[in-house]
Design a protein. Structure first.
Length: 127
């Protein structure tokens, strides 16, 4: 069954359900040709290994604590804090505590379906 994305003008609930942390339930809330909006649910100590995406992104911490590694440093995000990252920049994400975040990725016009990702040898690719 395909995931139903939100339609333009539709309300989107960002709270996590009781089982979300245990099941790492992250979902694409909305997706267009130009943007993808993702609710990330990260259990404590869960990591998203180093990777890159072509599109610019923002990450807004809604709950918990997230460590974001980029540019050779770690930025810790707590509820109500966010960061911006240029497209194509290598980064990794890990949860210092059970966390929920809202990620927005602006997709470049030249992408060929799905999240446009740039793969380097040994790097995981989102897409």
């Amino acid at each position: 069954m395909a995931l139903q994305h939100a339609a333009s003008g539709e309300k989107i609930a960002l709270q996590r359900g009781d089982d979300d942390i245990a099941h790492f339930t992250s979902v694409a809330l909305a997706k267009t040709d130009n943007m993808e909006l993702i609710r990330l649910v990260l259990p404590k100590e869960r990591t998203m290994p180093e990777h890159r995406v072509n599109g610019e992104l923002t990450l807004l911490c809604l709950e918990g604590e997230i460590a974001f590694d980029a540019y050779g440093k770690t930025t810790v995000l707590r509820p109500g804090e966010m960061l911006y990252l240029e497209g194509g920049q290598t980064h990794a994400i890990r949860a210092n505590e059970d966390a929920v975040a809202l990620m927005t990725i602006l997709l470049p016009a030249e992408r060929n379906g799905g999240i446009a990702a740039v793969a380097d040898a040994g790097q995981e690719v989102l897409g």
